[in-house]
Design a protein around this ligand. Structure first.
Ligand code: SAM
Length: 175
């Protein structure tokens, strides 16, 4: 099965702690297999995401990389594709068919602040979720939902301790 990993570029612990955690939780919850964070290593994020995986299930991996360029280059050399989410890219509805057609593993890249030009050049697809500036969390969520076509709503997570029991008017958990 095609593997989907997310590469979060340019993590700055002081500014991005919450947002990078939200990128990771969105990646996990909406069906990606793991996240690689480029930037200053931040054990707190790894700890909080791993705690979610322990309680709510997986599999989902989280790691840091020191060079986004080597990571992307090696990913491409191993036969994977890179999908860079950027408001400058091809609108997602236009690029989706081609992306879905390929069964190559996919690395979905999202930035924090300015993304280096080389990322655009290395990417197999530069894809936009509207041409408006939005958040990396929302861009990733829309991409994954469109890519999986709603499959994430019925995804089963392995080894979980907690599960939500659906209910229309109250909170209920099974643990
Ligand atoms: N100004 C930055 C730049 O030049 O790349 C963008 C910063 S934005 C807050 C952070 C990330 O959100 C971007 O790198 C991109 O991955 C994602 N993003 C923001 N708007 C987007 C859009 N309309 N479509 C796809 N991705 C978007």
């Amino acid at each position: 099965m095609t593997k989907i990993l997310v590469l979060r570029l340019g993590h700055r612990p002081a500014r991005d702690k919450r947002l990078t955690t939200h990128v990771a939780l969105t990646a996990r919850g909406l069906g990606a297999d793991g996240i690689i964070i480029h930037g200053v290593e931040d054990p707190k994020i790894v700890h909080s995401v791993n705690r979610v995986v322990e309680n709510w299930g997986g599999p989902f991996s989280i790691s840091f990389c020191s060079s986004w360029k080597s990571f992307i280059t090696e990913w491409l050399e191993r036969g994977g594709e890179v999908i860079h989410l950027t408001m400058y890219g091809v609108p997602l509805p236009e690029g989706l068919e081609q992306i879905r057609k390929s069964d190559k593993d996919k690395l979905v890249v999202v930035g924090a602040e300015k993304v280096p030009r080389e990322v655009y050049d290395l990417a197999t697809h530069n894809v936009s979720v509207t041409h408006q500036p939005i958040s990396e969390v929302s861009a990733l969520a829309v991409f994954l939902d469109r890519y999986f076509n709603g499959y994430e709503f019925c995804k089963e997570f392995e080894g979980r301790d907690i599960r939500i029991i659906r209910h229309s008017n109250r909170k209920k958990k099974d643990s």
